[in-house]
Design a protein around this ligand. Sequence first.
Ligand SMILES: Cc1ncc(COP(=O)(O)O)c(C=O)c1O
Length: 417
Amino acid sequence: MDVFEKLVKDGGPIGQHMDRAHGYFTFPKLEGELAPRMKFRGKEMIVWSLNNYLGLVNHPEVRKADTEAAAKYGMGNPMGARMMSGNTSMHEALEKVISEFVSREDTMLLNFGYQGIMSCIDALVNRRDVIVYDAESHACIVDGVRLHMGNRFAFKHNDIEDCEKQLKRAVELADKNGGGVLLITEGVFGMDGEQGILKEICALKKKYEFRIFIDDAHGFGYMGPTGAGADEAQGCQKDIDLYFSTFVKSMGSIGAFVSGPKNVLKYLRYNTRSQIFAKSLPLIIVEGMLKRMEMVKTMPELREKLWHNVNRIQTGLKERGFDIGNTNSPVTPIYMKGDVPEATAMVMDLRENYHIFCSIVVYPVIPKGDIIYRIIPTAAHSDADIDETLDAFEATKKKLDAGEYKVEHIPDMAEVS
Ligand SMILES: Cc1ncc(COP(=O)(O)O)c(C=O)c1O
């Protein structure tokens, strides 16, 4: 069979809906300045889909720093990989600032979070080592684990008993093979908003020998007393051996980093293939990140405003009887029941008639019959944004429960091209 013919026929688990969904439910175009209110298909919407936790992405000081850096350096500077010709004092200065901020000895910048973490996992383990990881880890961890030539054991999401069970198996196997154990989990899970059970996992170090690597994409910049991340919030920074985050969420930029002990970082600099064989992060990004780090360190009011908004929307939802699961972070899932067409009809009503733009998660990402609205409150939202949204959710939930969104197919909202 022709490879292309098969792909075109099927479309894939999400792609199968593309003819009706493209440009609306999938690949929507939000227009205007990045802010809590943006335009979608000509209408102003209150937007709850951006991981702009601290509201930095369009902050005037950030915009000024980015613009000045662009004028100074252009997009291409520096050229080449860090190892060859793309290293600068500014890259090293940013690494030092981040190391101090997350209380680690050393840091390496990564061009992208997804491929960066995959490549770090690839560099850290060999076929004798065993990986233990949370079963609901982000795709970049799963793909990193797929690169691993040795054994891997997934533990049930945030389940400490199963985690210990898998860890025990892993340690026994690694001992037999002459390898070690790397445990990978997340600081804050971006789907359900639960923090990883970092403290409990760290406590297992008393019984088993293993290293811990966390992806704190959703916690860096605001979790904990200084915003250093979920491990700071849980008081276990010393036991988390490697700390990773991306710049695409709280930092409103692009790029990522990994921090940890000096000797391990030295090794990673010379062995992380996505960095050795790729151009280094542009100076525009590096200088813009230095500005953002300064703001994170000196403006606690950004974190305070974020938590005020998180509290207002999560309390408001609970008071109205919504199930927001066990979130203990700003990521706010709203769990509902319904099929995929119903979910899309509800989202359409929410956008067209209530002017609320939020993401929905449905099958195949989650089990059939479940619907999750995923709300990301940020420091940029206002009380009015929150109150208007709560009213809209209440109204659409009533309609969902009354069966008003029952439709046979996903509404055809595809962009006419
Ligand atoms: C948990 C997590 N890890 C890693 C990434 C990937 O980071 P990046 O967008 O910098 O590639 C994301 C999404 O952006 C994420 O949510």
